[in-house]
Design a protein around this ligand. Structure first.
Ligand SMILES: [Zn+2]
Length: 262
């Protein structure tokens, strides 16, 4: 109801002082040129006006923290459109990593396996994005680490926009072909490097070009390399130049390649 009205009315603007504080808190935002910064500010205001940010398990979020979370969610969509965040309405924030119950029903054996996972973030298909505030803060403190839990989860949301969680966001046919031509060999060579490890040996993240978690599945690969694009683009360029090029085309140039503006 009144969707047309909501679309036409501008969201409440973000307070100038608060925005300047935010600029100093998020390294890629600190390095962003004015034009993109203005776009991010507009998107962040729309995010705050249209999505719920829900702290749970005793966490408290003041206005500055909410602004930080909203801006981080919008960071990957500056070159896209706010509609890229369509189909979900809530960001749920835990104080730390959270435990989820997993089930797997093996069709052949009929065995149902159940286990617990500790997660820093999760994005449900058509459901909320869930993150750990402790992990978001760790990313803010170490912005060149190659980790960004919110970029990771938003990449999953962009991936599933076309209905398939397959490691590719919606793209015109020719660009999709180029995307797959870049992503697939890089993904497969990472999988091969992991498969070459002796049995029972845990991969040492230091000896891999990117976090070996990227080899879980093509959708995780897209999410992990997206984290590098926004935090350590030079690492990605050296390890996977074609992948880096596709991401720069999709997300726009990484602000981490620029000097600080403030
Ligand atoms: Zn993931």
């Amino acid at each position: 109801m009144f969707a047309w009205l909501q679309r036409r009315s501008a969201p409440p603007p973000i307070d100038e002082e608060r925005w300047q504080r935010l600029r100093r808190r998020i390294e890629p935002v600190r390095r962003m040129p004015t034009e993109r910064l203005d776009a991010l500010r507009g998107l962040t205001a729309r995010f705050l006006a249209s999505k719920a940010i829900t702290p749970v398990a005793g966490l408290r979020l003041d206005e500055d923290r909410r602004l930080t979370l909203a801006a981080l969610c919008c960071l990957p969509i500056i070159d896209l459109d706010f509609e890229a965040l369509a189909g979900w309405h809530e960001l749920v924030v835990y104080p730390g990593q959270f435990r989820v119950r997993r089930h797997h029903h093996d069709e052949d054996t009929g065995v149902v396996a159940e286990w617990d996972d500790e997660l820093a973030g999760e994005a449900w298909d058509r459901g909320p994005v869930i993150v750990s505030w402790a992990d978001v803060r760790a990313d803010l403190r170490d912005p060149g680490s190659g980790c960004s839990v919110l970029v990771h989860e938003i990449a999953h949301k962009l991936d599933v926009l076309d209905g398939a969680m397959d490691g590719a966001p919606p793209l015109p046919a020719a660009r999709r072909a180029a995307w797959i031509a870049a992503m697939q060999p890089a993904y497969e060579s990472l999988c091969a490097a992991l498969a070459a490890l002796p049995e029972g040996v845990e991969p040492d993240p230091e000896s891999f070009p990117v976090d070996p978690y990227a080899a879980e599945a093509p959708d995780e690969f897209f999410a992990v390399v997206s984290e590098y694009h926004f935090s350590a683009p030079q690492v990605l360029r050296e390890a996977m130049p074609e992948v880096a090029r596709q991401l720069a085309q999709f997300y726009g140039p990484s602000p981490m390649d620029l000097p600080r503006q403030i």
